[in-house]
Ligand binder design. Structure first.
Ligand code: ADP
Ligand code: MG
Length: 480
């Protein structure tokens, strides 16, 4: 490299080319000048950045004081423009008074190396290697798929028929049927199951396609990690190179502005390239508080399919399918009983069945209606009594001498906020309501606020006897 650098100084200092009148094809002098700039960029920005971003810059033409260099993609051009263009300009203008400006243009299939023959095969090999590295990185970012979450094991009923049909369409269509597919519904109703089913089916039908599945939380984590490592470039490249992007529980990025911004750009870039995007959330796009308006409206562009709370028939169907899979001897009457009693969500329903099967296994007893009631006592009690959040709020307000409206208000004074947190905590342990549902009942608060309240109260109960006692008193008053 130093050799080129040496040549550069002499050539460009003494160079007498009248660049204003230079022909469109760059003269050998200008080519040399450009080679020198290449060397200088490598020196200044380091090998890694040079290789990824600057090396592909190719001199195309020089006219009227403008040096025109090309890159193969728009994305690359934009990145270089914002990060390196100014410095590159200076490097060029410094070397010849005739050069006034540098212009970066996009030329697809731009020649990457200036000495074709020898380096073409090397750059092809590099490209292949880069491709492989990209694939590896994508596989690492994706979350593992649960092998049980397939279309085969998904029981279709009225509440989830639309979501299921939409998911199948995505897999069966040769092109992108709607973008994005937005699935939403309460906790434990099968959103993640459906997304994994799509991913499994895609991998099977289109093994050449890159499918990336991850939670919004992980998306944010990856993004922050890239920011810290000063490597958002690789991050962008990875996310923009997938064929199918699935982000689970998008509500998580509410209030996380830079993550939303990044996601928004990723989203647009993929939609532009006609790549399939699938999103899940616990509520409809329009109800996603804390998510930027333009992103919310973008999310509703494609097909929005909601999964409704389960019906008795669906719950029974799921239990029957699960029984078959477990190969367990569970009487119909027990399944019917469970379908009737455990109505909150399907995860809990499955958990109940697993518990009675495990219990029968260990105790070597047959499963009966009686044994079921016995094993699931605590669970059934909670469902039977059906304590409501309104009741909890009333009791807590009463206990602390507050007004009921303080439970919904935005006031943050400790004497109001703490009891409100207690009420949120009790709502979580005494009802089957999800965090977002609880949040809504408390003046439209975010689920993360509810989560924080629960943790806080749990923590306080450990070291504050007064709080522990308050919670216990109210709990007893509610559960009788
Ligand atoms: P969500 O992501 O909506 O919170 P999940 O997809 O994690 O819910 O589902 C919770 C559990 O319920 C999983 O074990 C899943 O397999 C099961 N489940 C949900 N819906 C169905 C269904 N229609 N058929 C079979 N299992 C289901
Ligand atoms: Mg889920």
């Amino acid at each position: 490299m130093s050799e080129i650098a040496g040549k550069k100084t002499t050539e460009s200092r003494h160079g007498s080319a009248n660049l204003e009148d230079a022909p469109l094809m760059p003269t050998p002098e200008i080519q040399k000048l450009w080679n020198a700039v290449h060397a200088e960029m490598r020196e200044e920005f380091g090998e890694a950045i040079f290789r990824s971003w600057l090396k592909p810059l190719t001199l195309r033409a020089c006219y009227h004081g403008t040096m025109e260099v090309s890159v193969p993609t728009r994305f690359m051009r934009d990145w270089i423009q914002t990060h390196y263009a100014e410095r590159i300009s200076t490097m060029c203008t410094e070397k010849s008074a005739d050069i006034k400006r540098v212009q970066i243009v996009v030329v697809q299939n731009a020649i990457i190396d200036d000495t074709p023959e020898v380096q073409a095969s090397e750059s092809a090999a590099n490209a292949e290697k880069k491709d492989e590295e990209l694939k590896k990185a994508i596989a690492e970012i994706s979350s593992p798929l649960d092998p049980r979450f397939t279309f085969d094991s998904f029981v279709v009923g009225k509440p989830n028929a639309l979501a299921h049909a939409a998911a199948r369409r995505v897999v069966e269509s040769a092109n992108v049927p709607f973008n994005p597919l937005f699935l939403y519904g309460g906790v434990g109703l099968g959103k993640t199951h459906l997304m994994h089913a799509i991913a499994h089916a895609m991998n099977e039908s289109f093994p050449e396609k890159t499918v990336m599945y991850l939670s919004a939380e992980k998306f944010m984590y990856q993004f922050v990690k890239a920011l810290r490592a000063n490597d958002t470039m690789a991050f962008k490249e990875q996310f923009r190179s997938v064929d199918v992007l699935m982000i689970d529980d998008i509500q998580f990025i509410a209030g996380k502005e830079s993550t939303q911004e990044e996601f928004f750009h990723t989203f647009n870039a993929l939609v532009d390239q006609n790549k399939q995007i699938i999103i899940s959330a616990d509520r409809a796009p329009s109800d996603l508080n804390g998510i930027d308006e333009r992103l919310r409206s973008r999310l509703a562009w494609g097909l929005v399919a909601d999964i409704h709370p389960s019906t008795y028939e669906l719950r029974l169907g799921i239990l029957q399918s699960k029984r078959e899979k477990l190969g367990a001897d569970v009487p119909d009457s027990v399944l019917e009983f469970l379908a009737l009693k455990v109505t909150s969500n399907i995860r809990e329903l499955e958990g109940a069945l697993n518990r009675i099967v495990a219990h029968a296994d260990v105790s070597k007893q047959e499963i009966t209606l009686e044994s079921t009631q016995d094993v699931l006592q605590d669970l059934l009690r909670a469902h039977d009594r059906r304590i409501t959040i309104d009741e909890i709020q009333r009791k807590v307000a009463e206990h602390y001498n507050l007004r009921l409206s303080d439970m919904h208000s935005a006031r943050r004074a400790r004497n109001v906020a703490r009891p409100r947190q207690v009420a949120m905590y009790l709502s979580k342990i005494l009802t089957a309501r999800s965090l977002p549902e609880i949040g809504r009942k408390f003046g439209g608060r975010d689920h993360t606020t509810v989560m924080h309240a629960i943790r806080k109260v749990e923590e306080l109960m450990g070291d504050d006897a007064q709080i522990a006692q308050d919670v216990e008193v109210v709990r007893r008053a509610l559960t009788g």
